[in-house]
Write a protein that binds this ligand. Structure first.
Ligand code: AMP
Length: 582
């Protein structure tokens, strides 16, 4: 099976890792892109849409939209160029100036893509919000980001925005997509302002360093931070799409990320378009059966998803996959959370292909560390740095500087050498928080990791989630991975619980696969299994069963929330919380 696929599929873009790293430069990478005509700078929307619409790919499907009621709409590069031009013209007509912020609050509907890209064309700044946010997180983000325009639906407006208008004075225009009642100042209907606008627009001359995207990320404490990204980030979107996702012209690519999360922009919109591929946009939320259906029917060749979805699919076993013809699928990648080795192995059992884990953050704007198509995967490892990216394990010193630790498998903070194009350029209005993310030449990620002798990076945990028990530093991921190796376990989350003797004691929360009972015998069985796998010092001492684990909209298990609840502490910022255990 694997062999046939290899014969049919193109050779990987990144073939000789060492050589590519050696010869790569971001300046040369920029030459893969166009730049605006007549040397008028660089604009993401030009690279993603217009240069294809004016060229050989004009009639190629850029976005294939699959509606949740079974609708299907193909949008070519030419169509997308016209629609985004209409949106840019609409902004101009409303008097929205370059640099002003346009927020988007909606599900995966075609207008979302048009609005994001049209905003960039107009030289304005696009900022996506999770459509599941409640009124408060929306108000906070609009206020921090000085939102001038909001694109949303009448239903979302009524439920979530109408009541907070008095907190966001600067919000002058709301563009409503679709039918439905809504009342308030500055409301416009999409069909009236965008639908009737002219389909030609000359892209605003934007400097590569102009702000283009504003992505909110919630810290463990304090207000959410708005990470600023500039037009030049598109060089990284493009290159990482080629190298880490191995995008080739003929690919049908499916990124399943929520559009409110940075992955939903960098890889749900931009990287596939700059690479000229056809991108699947499936409106419906996760459902294993319909996902398999999409992979098969749409002949998806490159699939980028996240561990939560993979683990949910694992719950159902491999039989459901075996009946499908997934021969078009050649590359699968995962991001957002540590991918348990078990999940990589399951990929091979179910699909005949491994999942390639990769690592990045809102602040990095694009994939930084990846398992590549042409390189061996080490299950459980995030892979190796992209060409153009230097990653290191460092220790923070007391003087505010850092020391690089070269010893293989030493644990420390993951740091990246400054200077790649999609590195955040600031947290909006938060100079101090921004400065604290750097030490000299290094950007400090807040994640703990290890690097092995072959240069592969291994995730240990968020610095905030790491557990110190009887003098051992324990990464929750290691313990969780051991637990989910047990056939009864679907998901696991591990926290440190204060303990008078140990400092912190390892406690696990576990969900079971269907057909298993959460009882005392199972608890003992899992405690024994973990102890055998990890040793007594690292294995959990307590296990609680849960129906679900609390997760963010981007699928990250919220360990700090489990911990706060366990200890009866304030829950902190839970605006991104999606599914809940309660
Ligand atoms: P966000 O900015 O919301 O995308 O979150 C970024 C954080 O998610 C990282 O700092 C990591 O803690 C975590 N993360 C993302 N990808 C991975 C991965 N492949 N392995 C482990 N953790 C990851």
């Amino acid at each position: 099976m694997r062999k046939d696929r290899d014969a049919l599929h193109p050779s990987p873009n990144l073939f000789d890792y060492a050589e590519e790293r050696e010869t790569f430069s971001w300046e040369r990478a920029r030459e893969l892109l166009d730049g605006l005509p007549e040397g008028k700078g660089l604009n993401i929307a030009h690279e993603a849409v217009d240069r294809h619409a004016d060229g050989l790919l004009a009639d190629k499907v850029a976005i294939r939209w699959l509606g949740k009621k079974g609708e299907r709409r193909d949008i070519t590069y030419r169509d997308l160029s016209a629609e985004t031009s209409r949106f840019a013209n609409a902004l101009r007509k409303l008097g929205v100036a370059p640099g002003e912020r346009v927020f988007v609050l909606m599900g995966r509907e075609p207008e979302l893509y048009v609005a994001m890209l049209g905003t960039l064309k107009a030289g304005c700044v696009a900022s996506p919000l999770f459509s599941a946010f409640g009124p408060e997180p929306i108000a906070v983000r609009l206020a921090i980001g000085d939102g001038r325009v909001l694109v949303t639906t009448p239903g979302l407006y009524r439920r979530k925005v109408a009541g907070i208008r008095d907190q966001v004075d600067g919000l002058k225009h709301v563009i409503l997509v679709g039918e439905g009642e809504a009342e308030g100042p500055g409301l416009h209907r999409w069909n009236a302002v965008v639908g009737n606008a002219p389909p030609d627009f000359t892209i605003a001359p934007t400097d590569p360093e102009d702000m283009a995207l504003l992505h909110f990320t919630s810290g463990t404490t304090g207000r959410p931070k708005g990470a600023i990204h500039v037009h030049q980030a598109v060089v990284a979107h493009h290159v990482t799409g080629r190298y880490a996702l191995d995008l080739h012209r003929d690919d049908v690519f499916w990124c399943t990320a929520d559009p409110g999360w940075v992955t939903g922009t960098s890889y749900g919109i931009l990287a596939p378009l700059t690479n000229g591929v056809t991108s699947i946009v499936a409106e419906a939320e996760f459902d294993a059966e319909s996902w398999y259906e999409i992979l098969e029917r749409e002949k998806v060749s490159v699939w980028y998803t996240a561990p939560t979805a993979i683990r949910m699919m694992m719950r159902q076993g491999t039989d459901v996959v075996k009946d499908r013809d997934l021969s078009a699928l050649r590359f699968m990648a995962s991001v957002g959370e540590p991918l348990n080795p078990e999940a990589v192995v399951w990929g091979v059992e179910a699909f005949g292909l491994p999942f390639h884990d990769n690592w990045w953050q809102t602040e990095t704007g694009g994939i930084m560390i990846a398992n590549f198509a042409a390189l061996d995967i080490k299950p459980g490892s995030m892979g190796r740095p992209l060409p153009g990216i230097e990653a290191a394990i460092v220790e923070r010193g007391e003087d505010g500087g850092v020391e690089v630790i070269d010893e293989p498998m030493a644990e420390g903070e993951l740091a990246l050498r400054k200077g790649w194009p999609s590195m955040m350029r600031g947290y909006l209005h938060e100079e101090e928080r921004y400065r604290k993310s750097f030490a000299g030449e290094w950007y400090l990620t807040g994640d703990l990791a290890q690097r092995d002798a072959d240069g592969y990076f291994w995730f240990v945990g968020r610095a905030d989630d790491v557990i110190k028990s009887a003098g051992h530093l324990i990464g929750p991921f290691e313990v969780e991975s051991a637990l989910i190796e047990h056939p009864a376990v679907a998901e696991a989350a591990v926290i440190g619980k204060p303990d008078p003797t140990l400092g912190e004691m390892v406690k696990a929360f576990v969900t079971l696969r269907p057909g298993h009972t959460a009882d005392e015998a199972m608890r003992r069985e899992l405690l024994g299994h973990a102890r055998k796998r990890l040793g007594a010092a690292v294995a959990p001492k307590e296990i609680d069963f849960r129906e679900n684990l609390p997760k963010t909209r981007s699928g990250k298990i919220m360990r700090r929330l489990l911990k706060a609840r366990e200890l009866g502490l304030p829950e902190g910022d839970i605006s991104t919380l999606e599914s809940d255990e309660k």
